[in-house]
Design a protein around this ligand. Structure first.
Ligand code: NAP
Ligand code: FE
Length: 374
């Protein structure tokens, strides 16, 4: 099979990268819509730095700070209406995956009329507003992916707008904005990035390039695990060193580049139900399922599971499972939930993306082994 790699986002990294590169914003237009969450961007310094950079370039801006976790379809239509009314030239996202994914949808809908019916069709005109992204969690890698993942109440799951059109134009990666992330969000998001790296290695679209990036990402994240465990054990002590914050942000970015090429697999397909129905955080939902998927992979493709365990510097799946339990804790699931979520997961495109394709029975078994069964 031919291999394919495309990642058009310009990436600028390092301390002060927004202020030092303010001219890049001027290349995007004269009026920006800043899409962000309710609180964190105002507290972690990212919004202030951004506004200084926009002022320096005499760029006008408006703040749309209504994005909550797991953004809805309605909020992107609302944001797009604001962008159109105010003749916005480009979109800036600050925040975790939720504001970044919402910003992609807003940039698309502000440039063309797409009905809700056709929102996930994948067939759009070649028009979108430029986008500058500032990730403030280290997990989703949305700053370098072509996905906008939205809560889809009609389908009772999370559904992706997936198109190369929505690759952000520029990403600014400055780890100091992640300094104040809580221990819980830090760990959940890091494990989301680890899922991306591992699922990338298990995708039919994996390649020499994506495997190299995924292995590096997994190594970086595993190198931060001792600090994560220390942070759980002594919650009052200062949590993470600047180097760890930097490594997690880079790992998340690398894993984002990976899934932009490979997509995700069974783990994300299953995790979406845990988030939609049981409100389990996205990273935690995936993380709890990872070890059991790796166990299934081990049965059919031991070469793949060995490669992944080696990248994580672990000896076996059980060691991985107990580490994940220590980091994420446990959740419960009922037999009815397992039946419903397995039926939904088996129908997703992610399953076709798996090198080791689980059956519906395999999926049910993975849910049963990963969560505490009621
Ligand atoms: P998130 O939902 O964006 O944010 C979680 C929480 O963290 C929010 O309460 C947020 O507060 C807070 N927060 C963000 N940055 C902070 C900071 N620097 N300091 C303190 N608090 C901060 O979480 P996420 O895990 O990053 O994103 C999850 C979403 O991304 C899901 O919808 C998932 O499906 C999606 N996702 C997308 C991709 C992709 O390729 N596009 C890949 C994986 C996952 P505020 O609301 O106040 O900002
Ligand atoms: Fe994810």
């Amino acid at each position: 099979m031919n291999q394919y790699y495309y990642m058009p986002t310009r990436v600028v990294m390092g301390d002060g990268c927004i202020g030092n590169n303010s001219k890049l914003f001027a290349s995007l237009g004269k009026k920006a819509l800043i899409v962000t969450g309710r609180h964190s961007a105002k507290i972690n310094g990212s919004q202030d730095d951004l506004i200084k950079a926009l002022d320096a370039e005499k760029i006008d801006y408006l703040v749309f700070d209504k994005i909550k976790s797991n953004p809805t379809i309605a909020i992107i239509y609302e944001g797009a209406a604001v962008a159109k009314e105010n003749k916005i030239d480009f979109i800036i996202a600050i925040g975790g995956g939720s504001p970044m994914d919402a910003a992609k949808g807003i940039a698309l809908l502000a440039a063309q009329n797409i009905s809700e019916e056709n929102l996930f069709s994948g067939s759009y005109e070649n028009k979108i507003l430029p986008m500058a992204f500032v990730p403030t969690t280290s997990g989703t890698g949305s700053e370098v992916t072509k996905y906008s993942i939205l809560t889809n109440d009609k389908a009772q799951t999370k559904t992706s707008i997936a198109t190369e059109l929505i690759f952000p134009t520029i990403a600014f990666l400055d780890a100091k904005y992640t300094d104040k992330l809580s221990v819980e969000v830090t760990i959940n998001t890091a494990i989301d990035a680890l899922s991306h790296a591992i699922e990338g290695m298990l995708s039919v679209k994996s390649s020499m390039i994506t495997n190299a990036l995924a292995e590096k990402s997994a190594q970086l994240i595993m190198g931060c695990v001792p600090e994560m465990i220390k942070a759980i054990e002594s919650p009052t002590a200062p949590a993470f060193s600047p180097q760890t914050r930097e490594n997690l942000l880079q790992a998340s970015f690398l894993a984002g580049v990976v899934i932009a090429q490979t997509g995700t697999t069974a783990v994300h397909a299953m995790g979406y139900s845990l988030t939609y129905f049981k409100h389990i955080d996205h990273g935690k939902a995936n993380g709890m399922l990872l070890a059991e998927y790796l166990r299934l992979v081990e049965k059919e493709r031991p070469d793949l599971s060995t490669e992944i365990l080696l990248a994580m510097n672990l000896d076996n799946v059980d060691e991985f499972k107990s580490l994940i339990k220590q980091l994420l804790g446990e959740e419960q699931i009922s037999q009815e939930e397992i039946k419903q979520y397995s039926e939904m997961a088996i129908q997703t495109a992610n399953i076709g993306n798996c090198m080791v394709k689980p059956t519906k029975e395999n999926i049910a078994e993975m849910f049963e082994q990963s969560l505490r069964c009621l």
